[in-house]
Ligand binder design. Structure first.
Ligand code: THU
Length: 157
């Protein structure tokens, strides 16, 4: 049998498409991105999370000379939320990056490990959250649920 999956997402040419709350999240992600610890890849990533109580949690990638010991910005932010605000829902995750590891005109997208973690946050809170990704050229990708970024996620088939 053949099956087909449709993935819904929005793509906008500029950040003008974001509302005021989303622009605030973007500002916070950009501000934490500057302080990422990325001496090896020189690719700095910033993530901001809007919680159900209105608080914004931020995280940046943290590298290590033993490469696999480092952690992506999205997981730094989401694990901070899970540790410190276990009863708050994640409503929105905003991701930005700066660096030459990827051509600046290429769309940014979170790694597979972060997507796996994002989906489990949705499952844990029994509620999807919006993912806003702003690429270095200013284009904006929006997913209404993290699961749309990883449909065949490990553990939920
Ligand atoms: N990185 C993130 O922070 N998030 C992702 O989704 C992909 C990659 C980090 C990991 C590493 O510090 C650097 O970007 C280069 O891969």
């Amino acid at each position: 049998m053949k099956y087909q999956l449709n993935i819904n997402y929005q793509l906008f040419p500029t950040t003008d498409s974001l509302n005021e709350e989303e622009k605030g999240l973007l500002e916070k992600a950009l501000s934490v991105c500057v302080d990422a610890y990325a001496p090896y890849s020189k690719f700095k990533v910033g993530a901001s999370v809007l919680l159900g109580n209105g608080q914004v949690i931020i995280g940046s990638n943290q590298e290590n000379i033993a490469y696999p010991s480092g952690l992506c910005a999205e997981r730094v932010a989401l694990f901070h939320c899970g540790s410190n605000y276990p009863n708050e829902t994640v409503e929105v995750l905003c991701i930005v990056a700066k660096g030459n590891l990827l051509p600046v005109d290429r769309l940014l997208s979170p790694c597979g490990g972060c997507r796996q973690v994002m989906v489990e946050v949705e499952e844990r809170q029994k509620q999807p959250f919006k993912v806003i990704i702003v690429s270095q050229d200013g284009r904006v990708l929006i997913f209404e649920r993290a699961k749309d970024l990883l449909p065949f996620v490990f553990g939920s088939l």
